[in-house]
Design a protein around this ligand. Structure first.
Ligand code: DGL
Length: 254
């Protein structure tokens, strides 16, 4: 059982930013990464559609005998984590949420942006986070439509990304203590974001999700001691998407 895969799922390539965090702390595990790029982006879709896509992908991964499922997508988590827990009671299913807590802890009374998809920002999970931390800091929800598509095309750190983000982020330049990257695609544009918001600290949820996965596996006695492996799969299964997945996995510091 220990040697079974940890499945890491995202609407596309963004979850690779979480896979990298998992590999940092558990390089000896075997990972099966599955990105649903054929259906990305999820963020502008109705919640019921994202729930169905997530349940379908989870079902396919569960059938492959995985030991844990990491939903490395804030959008899919917001839409489907309840349905997943109901469908797979007793299984390890770890979701994601925008890293508002660490940002609020570090900047009490500060101004914190949360950049995420339309779906994430309109769903209950985010409303819950606002209730918990909205009193501790001033939260600014920020939507960045089009950025997921650029990351899917391998253009997260490009002039096109900078042109897209400039009008969205410039009004916040010098005004935010922190920006939470509440979508797993966004760390792949973090250099562009950092240039547009100098002096703003960036937070992403990958570190917390990886730590939570490690805790759950340890609690169930399911940590594996290697040899580690990473399998990259994608619903579009084109050579380009697989090559880009491998490139993002190796990308410089994010
Ligand atoms: N990577 C996903 C997230 O963390 C969303 C991308 C999409 O819109 O498909 O929210």
């Amino acid at each position: 059982m220990k040697e079974r895969y940890i499945a890491v799922f995202d609407s596309g390539l963004g979850g690779i930013s979480v896979l990298r965090r998992l590999l940092e702390i558990m390089p000896q595990e075997r990972y099966l990464y599955y990105g649903d790029s054929a259906n990305a982006p999820y963020g502008g879709r109705p919640t019921s559609e994202v729930r169905d896509l997530t349940l379908a992908a989870a079902g396919m991964l569960m059938e492959r005998g995985i030991k844990a499922l990491v939903v490395a997508c804030n959008t899919a988590t917001s839409a489907a984590i309840g349905a997943l827990r109901e469908a797979y009671p007793g299984r390890i299913v770890v979701g994601m949420e925008p890293a508002l807590k660490p940002a609020a802890d570090r900047f009490p009374g500060g101004r914190v942006g949360v950049m995420a998809t339309e779906l994430t920002l309109r769903e209950e999970k985010f409303a819950g986070l606002m209730d918990r931390f909205g009193g501790e800091c001033q939260v600014e929800p920020i939507c960045a439509p089009g950025l997921v598509e650029l990351v899917e095309a391998g253009l997260g750190e490009s002039e096109a990304a900078e042109a897209l983000l400039r009008p969205i982020l410039e009004p916040y330049a010098g005004k935010l203590d922190a920006l939470v990257l509440g979508c797993t695609h966004f760390p792949f544009a973090s250099r562009v974001i950092g240039r547009l918001l100098p002096g703003t600290a960036l937070f992403d949820g990958g570190v917390g999700t990886a730590a939570q996965t490690q805790r759950r596996l340890a609690r169930e006695g399911l940590l594996y001691d290697g040899p580690g492996e990473v399998l990259l799969e994608n619903s579009s299964m084109t050579r380009e998407s697989l090559e880009l997945s491998a490139r993002l996995l190796r990308a410089g510091e994010i």
